[in-house]
Design a protein around this ligand. Structure first.
Ligand SMILES: C[S@@+](CC[C@H](N)C(=O)[O-])C[C@H]1O[C@@H](n2cnc3c(N)ncnc32)[C@H](O)[C@@H]1O
Length: 238
């Protein structure tokens, strides 16, 4: 981590970071671990306040030392950092005025679903943008976002080390024109042969996953298989 050189992010975090294009007063890098994503956002002063949140005290202690060293408190800076050692479900958004972006990446989709639901319930009148990149259980997460009435701002498909990740930028502000789809929409549209191939591989892998689950007679995933089977990946438009 360094304030004057560009933070080296892996491909997944680079793509997530690039999805932050609007101005926010507060960006919350939840489940931040070593804080790389938040530090990259702090370096480019993406918000007036960058909040680093993780439930692990030892991680937050180490991060606070690094941030103090590389980003000393400077009243002239347009971006200030804060650390919070807490369960992301209890984010104190209401204590801070302004526009909020809550980022949660690198945790399971089930936990992410719980965190988003809890944050939304605790801050019902606040318009919040969420940038979410779960590990697995994307369908569950999407179902809950639809249930909560969120709207879609952007979604992308990322590959890193032969793994696939969906990243969704969504808002609590209801907008009927930008509905979230239960299996995604923009992620299947491609402009290049390479993107087409990635989308095709992801679709195949996802269907194989649910077909394996379906082997268990107790599993109730036929509706998920049907939804993914209905996806067509258009040939690239070159
Ligand atoms: C694999 S790291 C993800 C790091 C980074 N966000 C990324 O995408 O690479 C997961 C982190 O989530 C933290 N964590 C798990 N549950 C949490 C919760 N409920 N609230 C806050 N942090 C949590 C863990 O302590 C861990 O540091």
């Amino acid at each position: 981590m360094s304030s004057d050189t560009k933070i080296k992010l892996g491909k997944r975090l680079q793509h997530i970071e690039a999805m932050v294009s609007e101005h926010y007063d507060h960006i919350w890098d939840c489940c931040c671990d070593h804080g790389l994503l938040g530090a990259a956002l702090l370096s480019r002063q993406a918000a007036s306040h960058i909040h680093f949140v993780d439930a692990a005290p030892s991680l937050m202690h180490a991060l606070e030392i690094k941030l103090s060293r590389f980003y000393p408190t400077n009243t002239e800076s347009n971006s200030h950092w804060h650390t919070h050692c807490l369960d992301a479900a209890t984010l104190p958004l209401q204590d801070f005025n302004g526009r909020h972006l809550v980022i949660i990446a690198g945790v399971g989709g089930d936990l992410m679903t719980e965190l988003v639901t809890a944050i939304h319930q605790k801050n019902p009148i606040c318009n919040i943008d969420f940038l979410l990149c779960p590990v697995h259980h994307q369908f569950t997460l999407r179902q809950q976002l639809i249930q909560l009435g969120f709207s879609l701002k952007n979604e992308i498909l990322i590959t890193e080390n032969q793994r696939f990740y969906e990243a969704l930028l969504v808002s609590t502000a209801n907008n009927p024109h930008t509905k979230i789809h239960s299996v995604g929409n923009l992620i299947w549209q491609s402009n290049t042969p390479q993107q087409s191939k990635i989308a095709g591989d992801y679709l195949q892998k996802t269907l194989a996953h649910y077909n394996r689950i379906q082997l268990n007679p107790e599993a109730a995933v036929q509706h998920i298989i049907d939804a993914y089977s209905a996806i067509t990946i258009p040939p690239h438009s070159y």
